[in-house]
Design a protein around this ligand. Structure first.
Ligand code: SAM
Ligand code: DTB
Ligand code: SF4
Length: 352
């Protein structure tokens, strides 16, 4: 009897294995990815990325989910809390940003927060279940003195057992290395859009400047967090172009935040119509397929998404969110609402 049971189970598991392998083969055949399985892959063309954008949405989500499951736990989500440690008065003229001094947005130019305030916020974030703590500064580029202060914050936050990320603007030679030595985990520096659309939204710096800082970050062996914003009036081709640039970075970013424009009053983009949530879902799916191992963050713009739209973003491969009641200067969904949503979807926070 035992023999028959064991034989039956062995035949069954063999068949299941064959079924599984066949299923995976079929899945891989439909993704058409140019060997984009490692962080070092650098073979995407604009045409291939645009072809993904042009697929049927449900097919695209399925492909993205297939890639996602190959590299990530499908029920795990990263919770990243965000704090603006230096708000407002920024000399850059990014036309989406409420912190630029070029626009009258009601955001005041505030001094750098003191270390105790930052560490208290980080402690609260940890108690609420955050895994990563990101600190943002409205600077074009930090001075050495400003970097000293940020380094003290990084060391304090790390000592609390949180992963650290900072976004401080452009870095000069040697600054990424200083941050690395301080124990920083991630540097966030977004490309924001495609090279050909960039000069229409910012004129105080170039795309090249952005790429140079990303290169500094990578050469210092910091992990990079690089993404963009959609809904600024860019075309689908321009979205595909931005993703091609991201995916062809060598290595591609370990973390990719996808923001939906938050149209802030007083900025040149204040009147922009919101994009349809499916456009965000589609963009996330393409990012997931092109950068399979990256953590993809559903970032700014979540207050405009209902639970179903967010669930679709997670199906499409997003596995990180900003967690906390505010982003830098604009609102984010309340923590309690997020807790309920994650529970309803069976998602559990990634542990340190
Ligand atoms: N000043 C630094 C810089 O620009 O690199 C760091 C802070 S900046 C506020 C960080 C990122 O926030 C920007 O690159 C952009 O992607 C995002 N961001 C700013 N304003 C936004 C808005 N209104 N909607 C969506 N994302 C926004
Ligand atoms: C990122 O990609 N999004 C975050 C973070 N990196 C620094 C910032 C979103 C800012 C949204 C507008 C605001 O709150 O001021
Ligand atoms: Fe300044 Fe960054 Fe805002 Fe641009 S996005 S205005 S660089 S804070």
């Amino acid at each position: 009897m035992q023999f028959f049971t064991r034989t039956f189970l062995s035949i069954l598991s063999h068949h299941l294995l064959i079924f599984d392998m066949n299923t995976i083969d079929t899945m891989e055949a439909t993704v058409h990815s140019p060997a984009a399985t490692e962080h070092t892959a650098a073979q995407w063309t604009e045409e291939q990325v645009l072809a993904l954008f042009n697929k049927g949405l449900l097919e695209l989500i399925w492909e993205a989910q297939t890639v996602h499951r190959r590299y990530h736990h499908p029920e795990e989500i990263e919770l990243a809390s965000l704090l603006s440690v230096k708000t407002g008065g920024c000399p850059e003229n990014c036309s989406y940003c409420p912190q630029s001094k070029h626009y009258d947005t009601g955001v005041e130019n505030e001094p750098l927060l003191d270390i105790d305030t930052v560490l208290a916020a980080a402690q609260r974030a940890k108690e609420h279940g955050a895994h990563r703590f990101c600190m943002g500064a409205a600077w074009r580029s930090p001075t050495e003195k400003q970097l000293d202060n940020i380094i003290e914050m990084i060391q304090g936050v790390k000592a609390l057992g949180l992963e650290t990320c900072v976004t401080l603007g452009m870095l000069k030679k040697g600054q990424a290395q200083r941050l690395k030595e301080a124990g920083l985990d991630f540097y966030n520096h977004n490309l924001d859009t495609s090279a050909d659309f960039y000069s229409e939204i910012i004129s105080t710096r170039s795309y090249e400047d952005r790429l140079n800082t990303i290169q500094e970050v990578q050469q210092a062996e910091l992990k990079s967090c690089v993404g963009g914003i959609i809904g600024m009036g860019e075309s689908v081709e321009q979205r595909a172009r931005m993703i091609t640039t991201l995916a062809n970075l060598n290595p591609y970013p370990q973390s990719v935040p996808i923001n939906q424009l938050v149209p802030a009053a007083g900025t040149p983009m204040a009147q922009h119509e919101p994009i349809h949530p499916f456009e965000l879902v589609r963009t996330i799916a393409v990012v997931r397929i092109c950068m399979p191992k990256a953590v993809v963050r559903l970032s700014a713009g979540r207050t405009d998404l209902d639970d179903s739209a967010q669930a679709l973003c997670f199906m499409a491969g997003a596995n990180s969110i900003f967690y906390g009641d505010t982003l830098l200067t604009t609102p984010n969904p309340e923590q309690q609402r997020d807790k309920k949503l994650l529970h309803a979807l069976g998602l559990r926070p990634r542990q340190a």
